[in-house]
Design a binder for this molecule. Structure first.
Ligand code: ZN
Length: 434
């Protein structure tokens, strides 16, 4: 053993990390009883089909026994891996965001709750911006052409990727040199395809520019799901929904769809792409309310895994939290607790990554502004320096260090939700003339 340790000490930081991670995965996997793994895999295969049917027919009761078994397995597995700081949920979180804990997330979400919920409430009383022009007919090919143009503008390399259509937009990083993104076109809502393209483009830019030294190694990947999401959200919201970018986009859209947007002012366009209002569906929610949808899911899955909430009580507790955080209650479970695929696939501990990604992106912006005139560059359509900044502050690490450390090295401090809240408060005060 002594010998092995001295060999380990002599390895490069890269090999130390790879060895450590491989060992961690191996140790975890071999602890699981084979018959449990088999039963669990079969359960998940069945549960996904049942979830789809339950969602289609608004029948939570049909899904309930399956979800109950999934939660039981998750609790059992987490127990076998070992609770972290006395919490089984911490063990599951660690799979998605290494080092993240309930203690830190509780503080994080408490800040979001204290600052974002009142803001949503104030906006609810404000006058909504003009939006009639958003649902005009924008033809499919024109939208695809605009989406490609926008991908190029933000710095996604179309020579090493491709844009295609799919029912649900996604990014598929086959390799650094083959990163494909998809979008979904709605002819009566061109903004939807533009922004889903920018979002996936942000994931794609990260994948295309991870430290080339780590190509084809376990380190040649995003630091975590949350760090990945910080990139897609940075490009989608911080860049894409900024006043400066909205002007570039309006010019491009006017050229693409001649005559369709001539009666729209720059200010009307900027405000329309930033409309915020509480809604039922997470994936369709706006920049301001998105993390509140995540907060609902965090509170619920934490309690399910900690054993303080029964699956049978999930729908009513879901609705109660929606009311508390967003002020709306979904009329059906299809529009509520049944909307997401994650839990039916056994992904507990995954949801917080979305909200963390949002917060990371705002903290990264704060740090980037010390080095770059970020919005001055965007106004000029010069986005290359932004990508370069990410390459040297985030992409360079690949998976070499834990996500929290990437954030700390890039921004000089650990996660601080104040940046995210401040960003939202300033932005939406401007959009809604508060
Ligand atoms: Zn994403």
């Amino acid at each position: 053993m002594k010998n092995l340790e001295s060999v380990f000490d002599q390895l490069s930081p890269e090999y130390q990390r790879i060895t450590k991670q491989a060992r961690k995965d191996f140790e975890k996997n071999r602890k699981l009883p084979e018959e449990d793994v088999r039963a669990y895999s079969m359960l998940l295969a069945e549960a996904e089909v049942i979830w789809e049917k339950a969602k289609e027919t608004n029948d939570f009761k049909l899904y309930e026994p399956y979800l109950t078994k999934i939660v039981d397995f998750q609790r059992k597995f987490a127990g076998i891996f070992g609770a972290i700081d006395g919490s089984l949920y911490n063990t599951l979180l660690d799979d998605y965001e290494e080092g993240m804990t309930i203690t830190r997330l509780d503080q994080f979400f408490a800040t979001l709750r204290a600052r974002i919920v009142p803001l949503v409430h104030r906006i609810g009383k404000a006058k909504q911006p003009r939006q009639d022009f958003m649902s005009r007919h924008f033809n499919r090919l024109g939208q695809l052409s605009l989406a490609k143009d926008v991908l190029h503008l933000i710095g996604y390399d179309l020579e090493r990727g491709v844009l295609a259509e799919s029912a649900h937009p996604f990014t598929s990083g086959i390799s650094k040199n083959d990163t494909r993104v998809t979008t979904h076109v709605f002819e009566d809502n061109f903004i939807s395809s533009v922004y889903s393209t920018i979002h996936e483009g942000g994931h794609g830019i990260y994948d295309q520019n991870i430290n080339p030294a780590y190509k084809d190694t376990p380190l040649g990947d995003g630091a975590s799901m949350a760090v990945h999401e910080s990139q897609s959200r940075f490009y989608e919201n911080i860049v894409g929904r900024s006043e400066e970018f909205s002007r570039l986009l309006l010019t491009k859209a006017r050229a693409q769809f001649s005559g369709l947007l001539d009666d729209v002012t720059e200010d009307e366009f900027y405000r329309a792409i930033n409309i915020a209002r509480p809604s039922f569906i997470r994936t369709e929610s706006d920049e301001l309310t998105y993390s509140l949808h995540i907060m609902v899911r965090y509170q619920l899955e934490k309690r399910l895994i900690e054993g303080t909430l029964a699956v049978a009580d999930l729908p009513s507790t879901w609705n109660q939290l929606m009311k508390e955080y967003l002020g709306v209650v979904p009329p059906t479970d299809t529009l509520g607790v049944l909307q997401d695929v994650h839990w039916s696939g056994g992904a507990f501990g995954y949801f917080p990554s979305y909200a963390l990604g949002n917060a990371y992106s705002a903290q990264l912006l704060h740090a980037m502004k010390k080095d770059l005139d970020v919005f001055g560059l965007i106004a000029k359509g010069q986005l290359e320096p932004i990508k370069q900044w990410f390459m040297s502050h985030v992409y360079v690490y690949g998976k070499l260090i834990p996500p929290g450390e990437v954030l700390e090295r890039a921004t000089g401090e650990p996660l601080n939700p104040d940046y995210y809240c401040k960003y939202l408060e300033e932005k939406f005060a401007k959009v809604y003339h508060l």
